[in-house]
Design a protein around this ligand. Structure first.
Ligand code: NAD
Ligand code: LYC
Length: 577
């Protein structure tokens, strides 16, 4: 029987373990580095690692932690001065501001979906957290709802607002629970490692079949099956949009199931001392493992190849690091794009398919504001009903428009939960709204500053009028970031929050996993399955660590030819669907 081309195992993956000698690799890398860059190549024995990781976002650090715990020597290269990427921080006058992420999933104590707790645990670390009793308070046209950690309290509020839709509400969220319960029943590892898939399938057949039912579906279709009220469907759109930046129709059901259930199960938990603590703790754990290190100010400029196989990276200062596997936590566009880390002759056709299916989501315009509690005319105490996270929208037509601070406003006040991150009697307000890079290009310095100031004033006006009387007077200082700021400090193309479906796709089916079609090169983070979110990128980190460990022979797998054949078969079948 002749197999169709897409079922044939890739020769690249069959070749993975073909032992290219380390010294030969290194000679090759240094020779190519010399031909491309200034002669200042610094090469030390310690730079020769099993795995080199580009970037230190949560996806990268989870993969590094997982591999370090399995005995690999891992080197992490971060272009910025601290770890964490979107979950980084900055300090001003005694305030510790979260740079991006602030609503943290994945810190639960139970089940298998608490992937941040697990990432820390695999390198022997633990992070103290404060439980948030309300995930978010929505202030939407005609809808004012709190998503309580207690599921029934949330349902009660929603049903009180939409009494005719009680059954629909209950059955939509019940489907979300069914997805979550299936995920939470099994260890979460790489979906491109057949040995794991077989084991997990035989151990948990019903949850696996249930996940297969949902993996190609989007939340909008499921919502419409149960709900017909237009305003309630708009609410479900906002429930999705607030973390996926696309409406329910474009939001994969697996992700919706995770988010809409885990907030009531593991809950939303704020790390004491700020979100930056997560990556700091991960780095400590990684550096405690033999042969593992993290370097800052280390911008990778390109991935090195021997033939068709990635075998290391070159840094902006000209130095090179050789490795048996390379993991990129840069976005897909920054890895494979025009001025990306992989030179064009090595960019595989599958990356063009990715670009046909996914586009960059907008970035954010964000204000980090230091606020005096005494000047606010509203109680900031959690026991008086103040919530940490708010989402505001004045007009449904503005949901997807993001100009001039009129669109959706996200507000996070972490000092409601953790007083240690600001001086006594002071609060941190992180206020942001979606914004596109092209609105910020080509401005003079003066116009750029004026635009930031005007958006800040618009956002503060809206908050002062509706939620926080006295806010204007109470501000000590504010720093405003634009998509340009996100691009500069996070190294993310156009400051994008991540990839989103260009058109309606089949759920998560076409989202790339961690292997790429380049031998020896893997991706991790929100450009890979299952997408944006710290817990989601932690999943991609574990999945990536697992697949790389299998390829490096650190964990038990099926015999190599069988593994390669089945892995390829799964990937090609998935993409044909
Ligand atoms: N929960 C929230 O409130 C919230 C808010 C904002 C963002 N997020 C999430 O945070 C997640 C981001 O995680 P991630 O793992 O994808 O990565 P990331 O973007 O956070 O981190 C990538 C890291 O790689 C570094 N980097 C990029 N190019 C490099 C190069 N050439 N050389 C060296 N270093 C380089 C960057 O400096 C950055 O530290 C996103 O999914 C986003 O959804 C969550
Ligand atoms: C065996 C066979 C054959 C088969 C089987 C199948 C299977 C097993 C499957 C599986 C699957 C899986 C594992 C999956 C997984 C998934 C996951 C993990 C997912 C996750 C997700 C998560 C998420 C999405 C999250 C997100 C979050 C976010 C994004 C957040 C955000 C937030 C924000 C932005 C905030 C805002 C607000 C304010 C501030 C107010």
């Amino acid at each position: 029987m002749v197999l169709p081309a897409f079922l044939l195992p890739s020769p690249l993956h069959l070749r993975f373990n073909s032992s290219v000698s380390r010294n030969k690799l290194r000679r090759h890398v240094i020779a190519s580095a010399q031909s491309h860059t200034a002669p200042s190549i610094q090469k030390t024995e310690s730079s020769d690692v099993d795995v080199v990781v580009i970037g230190s976002g949560i996806g990268a650090l989870t993969a590094a932690a997982d591999l370090a715990s399995k005995g690999a020597s891992v080197g992490v290269l971060e272009r910025y001065l601290i770890p964490g990427g979107s979950s980084g921080y900055f300090v001003r006058d005694g305030y510790t501001f979260d740079a991006g992420a602030s609503m943290i999933f994945g810190f639960g104590e139970r089940g298998t979906t608490n992937l941040l707790t697990r990432a820390l645990a695999c390198v022997g670390r633990k992070q103290e957290t404060v439980a948030d009793p309300v995930q978010v308070r929505y202030h939407l046209p005609g809808i004012n709802i709190r998503v309580h950690q207690q599921y029934e309290r949330f349902l009660e509020e929603l049903i009180q607002r939409f009494p005719a839709e009680e059954n629909g509400i209950r059955s939509f969220y019940a489907e979300c629970w069914s997805v979550f319960n299936s995920l939470n029943a099994m260890p979460l590892r790489s979906l491109e490692e057949p040995n794991y898939l077989l084991r997990v399938f035989f151990a948990h057949p019903l949850p696996c079949l249930n996940l297969l039912r949902y993996i190609a579906r989007n939340a909008g279709d499921i919502a419409r099956k149960h709900i017909s009220d237009k305003d309630l469907l708009r609410f479900i759109d906002m429930e999705c949009y607030s973390w996926s930046v696309v409406p329910a129709d474009l939001t994969p059901m697996i992700n919706a199931g995770m988010v809409f259930s885990d907030r009531h199960y593991g809950g939303i938990n704020y790390p004491v001392g700020g979100v930056g603590k997560i990556s700091q703790e991960l780095v400590r754990g990684i550096e405690d493992k033999p042969g593992c290190w993290v370097r800052y100010g280390a911008r990778v400029t390109r991935v090195f190849f021997e033939g068709d196989r990635a075998c290391g990276v070159q840094l902006a200062n000209g130095s090179v690091i050789t490795a048996r596997a390379v993991i990129s936590n840069a976005t897909r566009w920054d890895t494979f794009g025009e001025r990306g880390l992989v030179e064009s002759q090595h960019v595989p056709p599958s990356e063009h398919r990715f670009r046909e299916r996914y586009v960059k989501s907008p970035s954010f315009c964000s204000a980090h504001i230091a606020v005096r509690e005494t000047d606010l005319r509203v109680s900031m105490r959690e026991d008086d009903g103040m919530d940490c996270h708010h989402i505001m929208l004045d007009d449904w037509n503005e949901l997807e428009t993001a100009h001039d601070g009129k669109g959706t406003l996200f507000v996070s006040i972490p000092t409601v939960l953790d007083k240690s991150i600001a001086p006594e009697g002071k609060h941190i307000f992180h206020v942001f709204t979606p914004s596109w890079m092209d609105e910020w290009q080509g401005l003079s310095k003066q116009d750029y500053e004026a635009k930031k100031q005007s958006i800040l004033e618009l956002m503060i006006d809206r908050l002062e009028r509706t939620l926080f009387p006295g806010l204007k007077e109470a501000i000590e200082f504010a720093e405003v970031g634009s998509p340009r700021t996100h691009r500069r400090f996070l190294g993310r193309v156009d400051g994008s929050y991540g990839p989103v479906a260009k058109k309606k796709l089949k759920g998560l089916l076409s989202m790339p996993f961690n292997r790429t079609d380049v031998d020896g090169l893997y991706c991790v983070g929100d450009s890979t399955f299952p997408g944006q979110g710290l817990n989601a990128t932690a999943f991609s980190g574990f999945a990536c660590g697992h697949r790389v460990a299998a390829d490096l022979g650190l964990i038990e797998t099926l015999p190599k030819p069988v593994d390669s054949f089945l892995t390829d078969l799964l990937s090609k079948t998935r993409l044909q669907l």
